[in-house]
Design a protein around this ligand. Structure first.
Ligand code: NDP
Ligand code: MG
Length: 379
């Protein structure tokens, strides 16, 4: 039996992870954590019987505690609650499926408690990869990628020697706006931005896909996961989202991982690695597909990628500024307080105003996040 904890169990990745728990008898859940969704977390507790349940929001946690008082489950709240879920003694793997930098502390706590990590929460690696990766090595834990591109690269690297890798080629769908001009983008709405052509995901990452910030965060995520330089990471648009990413080797050979756009495969690969299990669902029909095409990413108009290469190459606290400014800007866009293009403006202003801290500690990363929030709020 393999016991897992899920931080962010009520979201897109969290609920798909639970579908896999439902389908595999040798998987069980020991802790479930979410933000404030009392109703769904209660249902999940009744179905999966975790020992620990957490709602970050304290009032919601109080309500949950009353609702599940007939069950043998401990209910926690707040940031310390997320850490409780991450270090639950019987679990051996923590799925970090929470959205945003709130994932950093529970991820670090899980590593220090020697739990392997199935990492979906890319914001954690983007901002604190320089702390997380050495720590994982020190504690002998595996960071298994859940993000489909990184899972694809991880699959392509199996049996290969890292020294023979020339470059990583991350594919991008291009999102709903890949063909739009700057002028057309001034008029796009929240509803337009939430319509991803291929993937069904949480709202924040769906907006990040439309701005190409998601692809930018993935470039920085790849830098940490695979220990390569930014010069070795390329991005190509593959509009059908069939090729999930590729690795080019020194001899010019390229390996790619293909599949339908379904997150269950990369999640399951991380849960059972190195084993591959049966997964029901649609298979690729190449003849029906006809063709797979490629394009240059539209970096001039959708600036997310260029911001990320800039922030990544600058290093230090700059990726945190990019990420935190983006989190704040996307929240404002989701509340319809700013326009689509203002997301870029807020990120650019914050990056320009920031004085970089080299090799920031965890406290400095979190202080930088706070600085960004205050910078944006004071505008
Ligand atoms: P969702 O918005 O669907 O879900 C977010 C989850 O985080 C929910 O369970 C939510 O709980 C929980 N949450 C939010 N705030 C807090 C908090 N303060 N404390 C505890 N839990 C909290 O996001 P996704 O599943 O789409 O994305 C999760 C992560 O995975 C992101 O980092 C994303 O970039 C990454 N990812 C997602 C992919 C996808 O296909 N969705 C693909 C690749 C990566 P509640 O419901 O109570 O608010
Ligand atoms: Mg991805």
């Amino acid at each position: 039996m393999k016991f897992i904890s899920i931080i962010g169990s009520t979201g897109s990745i969290g609920t798909q992870t639970l579908e896999l728990v439902r389908a595999n008898e040798d998987l069980a859940v020991t802790a479930l954590a979410a933000g404030s969704n009392v109703t769904l977390l209660e249902q999940q507790i009744r179905e999966f019987h975790p020992r620990i349940a957490v709602l970050y929001d304290r009032q919601s946690a109080d309500e949950l505690r009353l609702r599940v008082s007939d069950l043998d489950v401990k209910v926690f709240s707040g940031p310390e609650g997320l850490v409780e879920a991450a270090v639950e003694p019987s679990c051996s793997l923590v799925v970090t499926a929470v959205v945003g930098m709130i994932g950093i502390r529970p991820t670090i706590a899980a590593i220090q408690a020697k739990k392997d990590i199935a990492l979906a929460n890319k914001e954690t690696l983007v901002t604190a990869g320089h702390l997380i990766m050495p720590m994982a090595e020190q504690y002998g834990v595996s960071i298994l990628p859940v993000d489909s591109e990184h899972s694809a690269i991880f699959q392509c690297l199996q049996g290969e020697d890292a020294k023979e890798v020339d470059s990583l080629i991350i594919t991008a769908s291009g999102g709903p706006f890949r063909k739009k001009t700057q002028k057309e983008l001034t008029a796009v709405t929240l509803e337009d931005a939430l319509k991803h052509p291929n993937w069904s995901m949480g709202k924040k990452i769906t907006i990040d896909s439309a701005t190409l910030v998601n692809k930018g965060l993935e470039v920085i995520e790849a830098r940490w996961l695979f220990g390569v330089d930014f010069e070795q990471i390329k991005v190509v648009v593959q509009p059908q989202s069939i090729i999930h990413s590729m690795v080019q080797f020194k001899d010019g050979g390229v390996k790619a991982q293909l599949g339908t756009p379904d997150m269950k495969l990369p999640i399951q690969y991380a849960l059972f690695y190195p084993e591959r299990r049966f997964l029901p669902g649609e298979r690729l029909d190449f003849a029906a597909l006809g063709s797979i095409s490629f394009e240059e990413p539209p970096t001039d108009v959708l600036k997310g990628l260029s911001f990320a290469y800039d922030a990544g190459r600058t290093g230090g606290s700059m990726p945190t500024v990019l990420n935190a400014a983006n989190e704040k800007a996307v929240a404002l866009f989701l509340q319809e307080e700013i326009s689509f293009l203002e997301i870029y403006q807020l990120i650019e202003d914050a990056m320009n105003a920031h004085h970089v801290i080299e090799n920031p500690s965890l406290e400095e990363v979190l202080e930088t996040e706070q600085w960004v929030y205050e910078f944006i709020e004071s505008r």
